[in-house]
Design a protein around this ligand. Structure first.
Ligand code: TYM
Length: 344
C-alpha cells in the first residue's frame, strides 16, 4: 500500500478551441473520478503562455475552460477547481524541480520537438520547461493519480522520474524531516477507454488538436448542432463499408477514429459499435454519429454558454478553488523548503 493519501490532479490549458479529444480523453474521466477520489482540476494558464497568447483572449479562455469543467459535471464544491497562476507555489516548486530534472530528459520530449518544429533555438524556454512545470503541478499536491489523454504519457513518465530523483537526491533530509523514505509519490497516469487519442477528422493519422489551422479537423465543445453535422459529414473516410470486427479497422485510421468516437460517446466498446454498424456504409454511420454527438454535446454546450456568461460566478469558483489549493500547496512547499535546506 502506498503511504500517500489518494488524490487526483489534472489540468487543461486555457488556449481556446476546447475539443472532443479534450472532452473524451480527459474531462469525461475527470467527472467519473470525482465519485471515488478527492480531485483537483486546474486550468493551466502558466502552461498556455509557453506559446504567445493574446491577454484578453487568455482571460476569456481561462473562464471558458472553468465553465466547461462545470458544464460537463464537475462539482466545484466537492472538488477543487482553480487556475494555476493563482497558486504561486506551482512556479516555485517548478524552480526546485528544474534543478532536479536533467536537460537530456527534456530534450527527448516529443511534444517539445513537435511544437518547437524546425526552429528549436527560437522556441521559448517555457516550452522546453513545460513538462517540469507539469510535474510541479502534480507534485505540489503530492497527487497520486493523473487522468490524461495518451499524448501526455511521456510527460507523466518524466514527472515520475523527477519525483524519484528528488526522493533519492534528498533521501537523508527527507528522513530527517520526518517524511520517511519518500516525500513525493510516483504519480500514476490514468489513460484508458476507447478515446485516449482522438484523431483529426481531416487526417486519421494526426491527433485532434486545438492548434490545427483547420476548424474542420475538430469538433469544438462550443460548436452548435449544424457545425457538428457539417464537420462529421465532411470527415475523411475510405471507400469501404464498416467492418464487423475490430480487427478490420487496422490500416483504416479514419474509420477507426470515427468508430472510437461513437463508442466513447455512447459508452460502448468498438466491438459493440461494429456489431451494430458492421457492413453499413459511411453515410449511414455518419448520420447516426451526428445524432449521437448532438444529443450528447448540445446540453453541455448550452450549459457552458450560460455558465460562462456569469463571469462573477466563474471568477468566484476559481478564487475559492485557488484558496483551497493554496492551503495544501503552501504546506507542501514549506516541507520542500525544509528538505532542500531553505531558511523560512
Ligand atoms: P491540454 O489542454 O493540451 O489537453 C488537455 C487534456 O486533453 C487531452 N487531449 C486529448 N485526449 C485525447 N485525444 C486528443 N486528441 C487529445 N488532445 C488533448 C490531453 O492528453 C490532456 O489530458 N499538458 C496538459 C495540461 C497539464 C496537465 C498538468 C495535465 C498541465 N499540467 C498536470 C495533467 C497534470 C495538456 O496536455 O493540456
Amino acid at each position: 500500500m502506498s503511504p500517500f493519501p489518494q488524490r487526483v490532479f489534472s489540468g487543461v490549458q486555457s488556449t481556446g478551441n476546447l475539443h472532443l479529444g479534450n472532452y473524451l480523453g480527459a474531462i469525461v474521466r475527470f467527472v467519473e473520478l470525482q465519485k471515488s477520489f478527492d480531485c483537483m482540476y486546474c486550468v493551466v494558464d502558466l502552461h498556455a503562455i509557453t506559446v504567445p497568447q493574446d491577454p484578453i483572449a487568455l482571460k476569456a479562455n481561462t473562464r471558458e475552460i472553468a465553465a466547461a469543467f462545470i458544464a460537463c459535471g464537475i462539482d466545484p464544491k466537492q472538488n477543487i477547481v482553480f487556475n494555476q497562476s493563482q497558486v504561486p507555489e506551482h512556479a516555485e516548486l517548478a524552480w526546485v524541480l528544474n534543478c532536479v530534472a536533467r536537460i537530456g530528459w527534456l530534450n527527448r520530449m516529443t511534444q517539445f520537438k513537435d511544437k518547437a518544429g524546425k526552429d528549436r533555438e527560437n522556441a521559448s524556454m517555457g516550452l522546453l520547461d513545460y513538462p517540469v512545470l507539469m510535474a510541479a503541478d502534480i507534485l505540489i499536491y503530492r497527487a497520486t493519480h493523473v487522468p490524461v489523454g495518451d499524448d501526455q504519457k511521456q510527460h507523466l513518465e518524466l514527472a515520475r522520474d523527477i519525483a524519484q530523483k528528488f526522493n533519492n537526491d534528498f533521501s537523508e533530509s527527507i528522513a530527517r524531516n520526518g517524511f520517511g523514505e519518500a516525500f513525493f509519490p510516483l504519480p500514476e497516469p490514468l489513460i484508458s477507454g476507447p478515446a485516449t487519442r482522438v484523431m483529426s477528422l481531416r487526417d486519421g493519422t494526426k491527433k485532434m488538436s486545438k492548434s490545427d489551422a483547420s476548424d474542420y479537423s475538430r469538433i469544438n465543445l462550443s460548436d452548435d448542432a449544424d457545425q457538428i453535422a457539417q464537420k462529421v459529414k465532411k470527415a475523411k473516410t475510405d471507400p469501404d463499408a464498416l467492418p464487423s470486427e475490430e480487427k478490420g479497422l487496422e490500416g483504416r485510421p479514419e474509420a477507426d477514429n470515427l468508430v472510437g468516437i461513437y463508442a466513447a460517446l455512447s459508452g460502448q466498446s468498438k466491438t459493440d459499435v461494429l456489431g451494430e454498424f458492421g457492413g453499413a456504409n459511411f453515410s449511414n454511420f455518419k448520420s447516426a454519429l451526428v445524432d449521437l454527438a448532438v444529443a450528447k454535446l448540445a446540453p453541455i454546450t448550452d450549459k457552458m454558454r450560460r455558465i460562462r456568461e456569469d463571469e462573477t460566478y466563474v471568477d468566484g469558483v476559481l478564487r475559492d478553488g485557488a484558496e483551497r489549493a493554496r492551503a495544501i500547496a503552501r504546506e507542501n512547499m514549506n516541507a520542500v523548503k525544509d528538505i532542500v535546506g531553505f531558511l523560512r
